[in-house]
Design a protein around this ligand. Structure first.
Ligand SMILES: Nc1ncnc2c1ncn2[C@@H]1O[C@H](COP(=O)(O)OP(=O)(O)O)[C@@H](O)[C@H]1O
Ligand SMILES: [Mg+2]
Length: 398
């Protein structure tokens, strides 16, 4: 048995994950967003700070000696068209800065940012303003809407600024309001709406302009938990229909998982891991990431296909009758009710309806218990890595 229960679980899941490639789509040819080598500092001594950073000095020490914050350190990010990527990390890790660099609301000290093949770093002020307006819709935690205007006027605002004719902007605004479930609310003053409704209006405003990229910074973080969960679900549903390119910033791992896209995990101004929730869980790149994912509910992340015993033949059905089966892309959580009434396991079908193995009850339970199938409990040999690690501070709002 490999040393350390946690590490061996990750190892065993990684193997399974690697074998289960068909579920992940091949990356498309031209990325919608391609940021490379992006470094960004706040403070007067930019050159000194960057030199010290290259020499390997810590952010804290650089801040101490120069009063300059390294907000991003050599960050790379690729987002394909129609993809939703969550930039996730604790408060202060650099998420908002990265988001703002993408449309150059903040100009990085170093690096290249290409959006739909165009170099954003090379744009002049006027070109940039026009490009920003055409290409990006933004949604923030605090709504940035006008409380005394009506819902419709708020949603139309961006189009009005762009000089779109009245009838056309009304049509776009009404379509967008319909998309976010606010049809019928057009005439209400925005100030009369609840937080969740305001955030819908904010989303509608971003959608109305029909920008190809949505940048969302902690867009749901100020909402009550239940409303927040609703909004996450609705964004996922909207995304299924609209296939926008979305970069969503969140400090909340559960939210990142619920949104279902790729996750770029940030720490101290750098991306420490970038992948699906499942791949990050299966193989945390650093002890920090391992700690970060330690408390998440794996049942909502792990897929049946990853846990299936791919070599096993389909178990015979009871009494020869038709039997339940699982789909490879189901989460473990979705599979559990079906698995609960089976003595051993259930056959798994892939997207084409072909046999893709068997999910054994024992394997499902082992995954839930976060220990490798057929191995001793993790607590008999604590991983040296987790013993020597200090706890990360709990995520805080912001
Ligand atoms: N305008 C600013 N001036 C100085 N420091 C800033 C400014 N904005 C952000 N920072 C600092 O840059 C780092 C990254 O901040 P930010 O991108 O806002 O992180 P996050 O969105 O992950 O909370 C933090 O240390 C923050 O204090
Ligand atoms: Mg932020």
């Amino acid at each position: 048995m490999p040393p350390g229960g946690g590490a061996s679980l990750h190892g065993s899941l990684r193997d399974r994950h690697d074998r289960y490639r068909p579920l992940t789509a091949a990356p498309m040819a031209t990325p919608m967003i391609l940021a490379e080598g992006v470094s960004c500092v706040y403070g007067a001594r930019e050159k000194d700070a960057l030199a010290m950073m290259r020499a390997g000095e810590s952010r804290a020490s650089i801040l101490d000696r120069t009063g300059t914050v390294i907000a991003l350190n050599d960050v790379g990010l690729r987002v394909d068209e129609g993809e939703l990527v969550v930039v996730m990390g604790l408060s202060g890790s650099g998420k908002s800065t990265l988001l703002r660099c993408l449309n150059r609301l903040v100009t990085p000290a170093r690096g290249s940012i290409q959006v739909a093949g165009q170099e954003v770093m090379a744009m002049g002020t006027r070109e940039l303003r026009e490009f920003r307006r055409r290409t990006f819709g933004m949604v923030f935690q605090h709504f940035a809407l006008f409380p005394h205007r009506t819902v419709l006027e708020n949603v139309e605002f961006g189009l009005e600024v762009q000089g779109v004719a009245r009838a056309a902007r009304r049509r776009s605004a009404e379509t967008a309001l319909d998309l976010v479930g606010l049809a019928g609310w057009e005439g209400k003053r925005l100030g009369q709406l609840s937080g969740g409704m305001k955030q819908r209006a904010g989303l509608a405003r971003a959608l109305a302009a029909d920008a190809s990229i949505l940048l969302m910074d902690e867009a749901f973080s100020a909402l009550d938990p239940l409303i927040r969960r609703d909004m996450q679900g609705e964004l996922v549903a909207l995304q299924r229909r609209l296939r926008k390119t979305i970069v969503f910033v969140s400090h909340d791992l559960d939210e990142a998982i619920a949104l279902g896209g790729r996750i770029a995990l940030m720490m101290d101004g750098a991306i420490v891991q970038d992948g699906t929730a499942e791949s990050i869980l299966a193989a945390p790149a650093t002890p920090y990431v391992e700690r970060f994912v330690e408390h998440i509910d794996v049942s909502g992340v792990l897929r049946v296909g990853t846990l299936a015993d791919r070599a096993a033949a389909p178990p015979p059905g009871r009494d020869g009758g038709p039997r339940a089966f699982l789909r490879a892309d189901m989460t473990l959580r979705e599979a559990l009710p079906l698995l609960a009434s089976e003595p051993d396991g259930l056959p798994v079908l892939d997207a084409a309806g072909c046999h893709a193995g068997v999910l054994w009850r024992t394997a499902a339970l082992s995954a839930l218990a976060r220990r490798p199938h057929n191995e001793e409990p993790a607590w008999t040999s604590p991983s040296p890595a987790s013993r020597s690690m200090t706890y990360a501070t709990a995520p805080s709002t912001g």
